[in-house]
Design a protein around this ligand. Structure first.
Ligand code: CMP
Length: 139
């Protein structure tokens, strides 16, 4: 089915001028970028976004990283976009990521792993709504 997923190009990637390179992998995989903006996340936004990880030992480090430089937030559309983008990103830890995936190509570590993608339809909906108004998404 035609789906939308939420993506973040993270600070390690924007800092290395890899926005276009990441987008090239996304588009080659058949996903359409239907909304996109470059923002400096606030600490409050990052803490809200990663709220489910609040009790994890790496939460503070994760939030600090996500506000360390600009990010590019995106909505991607395509057939099975949520699972498809997770394939395209590769495993969370780049050491385990398959050849040709964004994280294999570009990620520095499990924390500085270049991209985020929603893990399920319900989270995609919530994550998209945190950063985009309906009229900013043009399919
Ligand atoms: P993401 O898909 O954005 O969702 C949660 C993030 O937590 C994950 O990507 C990783 O970047 C980060 N993360 C997971 N495990 C660790 C870890 N052990 N140390 C630091 N960050 C982590």
């Amino acid at each position: 089915a035609l789906e939308r997923t939420f993506s973040i190009i993270k600070p390690d990637a924007t800092a290395r001028n890899l926005t276009g390179a990441v987008n090239a992998v996304i588009e080659k995989a058949g996903l359409r970028i239907v909304a996109q903006k470059r923002i400096q996340m606030t600490r409050a936004q990052a803490e809200e976004f990663y709220g489910v990880h609040r009790e994890r030992p790496f939460f503070g480090e994760l939030v600090d990283f996500m506000i360390s430089a600009p990010v590019v937030v995106q909505v991607l559309e395509g057939d099975n976009a949520i699972a498809r983008y997770r394939e395209v990103m590769g495993a969370t830890n780049p050491e385990n990521a398959a050849e040709g995936t964004i994280r294999k190509l570009y990620a520095k570590s499990v924390g500085e792993n270049s991209v985020h993608g929603s893990d399920a339809p319900e989270t995609a909906k919530v994550e998209i709504a945190q950063f985009f108004a309906g009229n900013e998404i043009v399919g």
